[in-house]
Design a protein around this ligand. Structure first.
Ligand SMILES: C[S@@+](CC[C@H](N)C(=O)[O-])C[C@H]1O[C@@H](n2cnc3c(N)ncnc32)[C@H](O)[C@@H]1O
Length: 243
């Protein structure tokens, strides 16, 4: 048995997934409104940027991991078109249901799979593009998940990882104040759950920074990795090519 982070707490490896499940079971119904409130709508621009950089093409096979309420899956659906495929996945049933229902309400029908990114039920070399937005941070064995992402990608395929990262030093104090004082209060007020949003703030601080994640992606089989800092590193987009 080994230990891992759950925010600032140290927990047994086997306990983390259960605790993360508790967070997303709790926040699923208010997840979208919370995203807009917490980021003042910026998460939409971060995701639009990620999709633009990913450049989905007609006919592409796309796998969206930790897809939650489906923002990226929805954005990929149109450009890949009828000749392509977007698979919307998550480990959490409440989040996946929320996303699936929302996409269906918008007339978007995608294959949906409940699955753990650390053990993917897909054939090797079967996708052109894999995406994971704000999901990697919550995974227990990030190296295992990245290796799975590399496995299911075709040679030359691309992985995009959109995730909170290390903010530029001059902004760190203000960002900490916002994260630990404001975020949990908004979470309590809107979702009735301040603790989950405190976990969010803590989990960002223990997540690998830009350079560490780039090194992890290289070790997992991405021969080329680019890093794009967004909003001074509040968020980073890592783009890996399997080569
Ligand atoms: C912050 S949400 C992100 C949802 C969506 N991608 C977005 O950007 O709005 C994180 C998601 O990661 C999922 N997740 C956590 N661990 C996972 C794992 N091991 N495999 C797949 N999904 C996981 C959670 O269930 C949750 O839906």
């Amino acid at each position: 048995m080994s230990d891992t982070h759950f925010g600032f707490s140290t927990v047994d490896d086997s306990a983390k997934a259960e605790r993360v499940r508790g967070v997303f079971d709790s926040v699923a119904p208010k997840y979208d409104v919370m995203n807009d409130l917490m980021s003042l709508g910026l998460h939409r621009a971060w995701k639009a940027y990620a999709v633009a950089v990913a450049r989905p093409r007609a006919g592409d096979r796309v796998l969206d991991l930790a897809g939650g309420t489906g923002d990226l899956a929805r954005a990929f659906a149109k450009p890949v078109g009828a000749s392509g495929l977007v698979v919307h996945t998550d480990i959490n049933e409440a989040m996946l249901r929320q996303g699936r229902d929302r996409l269906l309400d918008e007339g978007i029908v995608l294959p949906t799979a409940l699955c753990d990114a650390e053990s993917l039920p897909f054939a090797s070399d079967s996708f052109d593009l894999v995406s994971v937005a704000f999901g990697l941070r919550n995974m227990t064995h990030k190296d295992k998940a990245l290796a799975e992402m590399a496995r299911v990608l075709k040679n030359g395929g691309r992985l995009i990882v959109l995730e909170f990262s290390r903010v530029a030093a001059p902004l760190a104090r203000a960002y900490d104040w916002y994260s630990f004082n404001v975020l949990p209060r908004i979470g309590q007020w809107v979702a009735g759950d301040g603790a989950s949003y405190r976990y969010l703030a803590e989990s960002i601080r223990v997540h690998p920074d830009q350079a560490a994640l780039k090194a992890m992606m290289k070790s997992a089989g991405f021969g080329h990795v680019d890093v794009h800092n967004l909003n001074a590193g509040v968020v980073a987009l890592h783009v890996g090519i399997k080569c």
